[in-house]
Design a protein around this ligand. Structure first.
Ligand SMILES: CC(C)(COP(=O)(O)OP(=O)(O)OC[C@H]1O[C@@H](n2cnc3c(N)ncnc32)[C@H](O)[C@@H]1OP(=O)(O)O)[C@@H](O)C(=O)NCCC(=O)NCCS
Length: 184
């Protein structure tokens, strides 16, 4: 990553977290543990420790430096509180120019449109500055909120993958969707 990322929307600032954001990331993980657990891989207890948050931030910054992934964090405009996360991962360049998208919003901001606002900005950045052509996002068939959100963002269903990801300790089917860069 050559230039620092900072996306501004009406209610957010979106960027890579810095080492000093580790305590805020830990607060976000702890506060949203029960809310996020059904939709994520099983987490070790160490996931909820400051050291692991600092390590995740360091790993994320290295991934961005190598253009492998951008685990962005959605902050409140004063950049004090973490509200949501937005991760572009598994970036493949060459003729594919694609990545996977993952996201989650803190329980207190769910149902407010904040995730949609942040993802619009993140996608514009992915298709613009990052030059990606295809962003893929996959969801559990029972994750109706995620399905609605992706539909509103213009993602199209591309398929259905059986036993696709291990979520909350079980292999789960996923609906596969993607959004292509406008005009490509
Ligand atoms: C999936 C998830 C990100 C969806 O978040 P969300 O808050 O529902 O998404 P949005 O930001 O688009 O908000 C949409 C809701 O806000 C409402 N809203 C209010 N103001 C709005 C605005 N200005 N713009 C859009 N929606 C707005 C909508 O009516 C909608 O409410 P509804 O779902 O009750 O109809 C969230 O449920 C989540 O974090 N879940 C746990 C993690 C997860 O599942 N991640 C995805 C794995 S695939």
């Amino acid at each position: 990553m050559n230039a620092p990322v900072l996306l501004r929307t009406a209610h957010t600032r979106i960027r890579l977290p810095e080492p000093s954001d580790a305590p805020g990331l830990l607060r976000y993980r702890l506060e949203n543990r029960a809310h996020l657990a059904p939709w994520e891989p099983l987490r070790e207890e160490s996931y909820y420790a400051l050291e692991q948050c600092a390590q995740a931030i360091a790993d994320g910054r290295e991934a961005a430096r190598l253009d492998r992934g951008y685990p962005l964090v959605v902050f409140a405009p004063d950049e004090e509180e973490i509200l949501a996360s937005l991760t572009l991962s598994n970036i493949v360049r060459g003729p594919f120019q694609a990545c996977l998208l993952g996201y989650g919003v803190g329980i207190r901001r769910q149902g407010t449109g904040l995730m949609h606002e942040a993802l619009e900005a993140g996608l514009a950045w992915a298709f613009g500055e990052l030059g990606l052509h295809r962003v893929m996002a996959n969801y559990l068939p029972r994750n109706e909120r995620s399905a609605r959100l992706l539909q509103r963002l213009g993602f199209e269903r591309e398929g259905y993958a059986r036993s696709y990801l291990r979520i909350a300790g079980r292999w789960e089917d996923h609906v596969l969707t993607a959004r292509i860069r406008p005009d490509d």
